[in-house]
Write a protein that binds this ligand. Structure first.
Ligand SMILES: [Zn+2]
Length: 115
């Protein structure tokens, strides 16, 4: 590897750049990334770990969500964690004192209480 070569090959040759929200939405093909969701309403980049909780401003910490799923996550009924875009785990249907109703790795359902 030659230091300072183009970023086109994926190497880092300087401080990480701060992605714009537009870049996150484009990476995620302007679709809500919550499993099974096809909404494009109110799409925004969502911080997986909030900046206020020490999350980073890198693309790996941001995922595109529709207004509905941002609300569901904000209200504590769903959770996403991991690194975007290829290593995300989703817990949907979070209820106090019980396991989430569905758990996905990426778009793949790995556990469900609903059949
Ligand atoms: Zn959605």
């Amino acid at each position: 590897m030659v230091r300072g070569r183009s970023r086109l090959d994926g190497t880092r040759c300087g401080p990480p750049r701060v992605p714009t929200e537009e870049a996150i939405l484009a990476r995620d093909r302007y679709e809500c990334q919550c499993p099974g969701c096809t909404s494009r309403r109110g799409l925004r980049a969502h911080y997986i770990v909030p900046l206020s909780e020490g999350g980073s401003d890198t693309p790996e910490n941001q995922v595109t969500l529709c207004a509905g799923h941002r609300s569901i996550i904000r209200d504590g009924h769903a959770r996403v964690f991991g690194r975007a875009p290829d290593d995300l785990t989703w817990e949907l249907g979070i209820r106090p004192g019980r396991p989430p109703m569905r758990v996905y790795r990426g778009q793949k359902l790995i556990r469900s209480e609903i059949d």
